[in-house]
Design a protein around this ligand. Structure first.
Ligand SMILES: Cc1ncc(C[n+]2csc(CCOP(=O)(O)OP(=O)(O)O)c2C)c(N)n1
Ligand SMILES: [Mg+2]
Length: 294
């Protein structure tokens, strides 16, 4: 039986300006429902900054500091230290996009993780710099269209393995989550809430605007990412103990790629190549699981 406990309070109000079908709002909503009202957020420039609004018209019912793009790691560190100094008990969570995490905020993220700062880092990964116009990031999957990797010149490089990098920092907890698996997501936030030190979440956030899919298919796309093995759901404790939290059906990747406009340029050969890449990555991850401490 699932052990997730919810406060029941929704910390995200109506009136935010996210696109229809935004996966990130669901992730933030469920994370905050689990963490509870005694949570302080810092958010760096990303879709979440724009769409959640600023005080006094914020759509979030918890305190928020809007910080510069590259400072997610540094701002979580500072807020956590300040609250500790004042003897205030609260969960600190910093939210950044994939651009703000994998690329431009990586230095501050790595430094905070290495120091084992006491806060939760939530990376909402929609696989491109979305709110500035769908530019490629190092989280964009190989062969994908973006406005800077056009259909004639799709991205060549594979997605950066951020979980392996974060695990290598030997942080107490790291987990992947997806809005399409709410019980899994909430159980992981519940676990993270009770751990002291640096906790990292890699959340896959389907984005109808950038992925070019029907807004009604956000949860379906999240499910397909997981069921095809493209986005495995797992957690890593102490950088060494890997645990798969959901066993996928290993559906063909075609089920995921078809229906997303960012992949319409793919030839049958390219789809076969992606299928092969996903199988290789899965085998590589399973090796890591097998070698990990129990
Ligand atoms: C130093 C700096 N460079 C560029 C920007 C402009 N900017 C704001 S948000 C953003 C894109 C963020 O992408 P990502 O982190 O993936 O978040 P998303 O928009 O996809 O949610 C950029 C380039 C900025 N605010 N600060
Ligand atoms: Mg992004």
């Amino acid at each position: 039986m699932n052990t997730a406990r919810f406060t029941g309070d929704d910390m995200v109000t109506s009136g935010h300006t996210a696109c229809a079908g935004c996966g990130e709002v669901q992730i933030v909503r469920m994370a905050l429902m689990t963490l509870g009202p005694k949570t302080v957020l810092s958010i760096v420039p990303s879709c979440m900054t724009g769409c959640m609004g600023r005080h006094p018209v914020s759509a979030l019912k918890v305190p928020v500091l809007h910080m510069p793009f590259e400072t997610a790691g540094a701002s979580g560190t500072g807020i956590s230290a300040a609250l500790h100094r004042r003897g205030i008990e609260a969960t600190v969570m910093t939210i950044a996009g994939d651009g703000g995490t994998f690329d431009i905020g990586f230095q501050a993220l790595s430094a905070a993780a290495e120091r084992n700062e006491n806060f939760i880092y939530l990376c909402c990964d929609n696989e491109a710099y979305m709110n500035t116009g769908i530019q490629r990031s190092s989280a964009t999957p190989a062969m994908s269209w973006t406005t800077t990797t056009t259909a004639d010149y799709p991205k060549k490089e594979p997605k950066k393995d951020i979980m392996a990098i974060m695990a290598a920092h030997r942080i107490p907890y790291a987990a992947t989550v997806c809005a399409a698996y709410p019980e899994d997501l909430m159980a992981k936030f519940q676990r993270a809430r009770n751990i002291k030190g640096f906790r990292f979440f890699h959340a896959l956030s389907p984005c109808p605007t950038g992925w070019r899919h029907d807004p009604g298919l956000t949860i379906h796309m999240g499910r397909m990412a997981v069921e095809t093995g493209i986005f495995p759901l797992y957690e890593v404790e102490g950088g060494r103990r890997y645990r798969l939290t959901y066993t996928p059906k290993h559906l063909p990747v075609k089920e995921y790629l078809d229906g997303q406009g960012r992949f319409t340029h793919l030839t049958p050969d390219m789809k076969i190549q992606i299928q092969r890449n996903v199988e290789e990555e899965w085998a590589f991850l399973m090796k890591r699981f097998a070698e990990s401490e129990s």
